[in-house]
Design a protein around this ligand. Structure first.
Ligand code: HPA
Length: 274
């Protein structure tokens, strides 16, 4: 089925139970799911309830779509609790369907979050970084495939894929809240393995500060939709270390930084209060 029809099917399911127009869409990455505590959920959809979303497996149930308002200022939002990844075997146009659905529901700003490795030697585990630009080394692209003009341009410009105005606002909020906020270039790889030493050397050489396995497909689709996008990484491990990277440590370090990222996100959402 064509992407426009898939989007329309998902929107129809959401609209049966939730009629508000969300201002902001948020994708919560690894270890960051706690942010849903800040939302009064008015309707929530499992991935199995949403047509064309990848079905839940024994290993992964994440991918719930939560619609509601922020507890603090009643700003209507739509939140993806967890996301889908290329390394799970899903096609890139499938993992980015949630972004197209959020766009069709009417969001004005998309906020992407992830857990990633720090390539920049100044970055330490637990740091929060704002993604200023990216390099797509996933070996694939969510815009490959049949094109329909209703999706946006066939060849979208990615010169400002992360919105400069919203970057400035996020930086100002972090300063006000006295939270150190790093800034850098995120390199997306398919994973699921972590990088070899030679790969880390290469990724640094080509200008990467952060490396991870998500976010870029969603940011590309958001750019095609004409959405303003902000993306935050939590640095969960340093690629400098000679210690092996353990997935458990990645999740634990993400949880530590989550409190600070939560404050920045709330500061951003406050700007939408009525
Ligand atoms: N590399 C790629 N993805 C990651 C990493 C990493 O070191 N840490 C968390 N996600």
């Amino acid at each position: 089925m064509s992407l426009p029809n898939q989007i329309a099917d998902c929107v129809a399911v959401v609209r049966q139970r939730w009629t508000k127009r969300p201002r902001v869409g948020i994708v919560l990455g690894t270890g960051l799911g706690g942010f849903v505590d800040e939302i009064t959920a008015e309707a929530s959809f499992t991935r199995d309830e949403l047509p064309h979303f990848p079905r839940a497996t024994a290993l992964s149930h994440r991918g719930r779509l939560v619609c509601g308002v922020t507890r603090q200022h009643s700003v209507p939002v739509v939140v993806m609790e967890g996301r889908f990844h290329v390394y799970e075997g899903h096609a890139p146009e499938v993992i980015t369907l949630p972004v197209r659905v959020m766009h069709a529901l009417g969001i004005e700003l998309l906020i992407l979050t992830n857990a990633c490795g720090g390539l920049n030697p100044d970055f330490a585990p637990g740091d929060i970084a704002l993604i200023e630009d990216h390099i797509n080394l996933m070996g694939t692209n969510p815009l490959i495939g049949p094109h329909d003009d209703s999706l946006g341009p066939r060849f979208p410009d990615l010169g400002h894929v992360y919105d400069p105005e919203w970057i400035d606002r996020a930086v100002a909020i972090a300063q006000r809240e006295e939270i150190a906020l790093r800034r850098g270039v995120y390199i997306a790889v398919s994973g699921p393995n972590y990088e070899t030493r030679a790969e880390i050397k290469f990724l640094r050489l080509i200008g990467g500060d952060l490396v991870g396995m998500s976010t870029v497909p969603e940011a590309i689709v958001a750019a095609q939709c004409g959405l303003r996008t902000l993306a935050f990484s939590i640095v969960t491990n340093s690629c400098d270390t000679t210690e092996p990277i353990l997935a458990e440590d990645v999740v634990a370090n993400a949880a530590t930084a989550e409190t600070n990222l939560r404050r920045i996100l709330l500061g951003l959402l406050e700007q939408f209060k009525a």
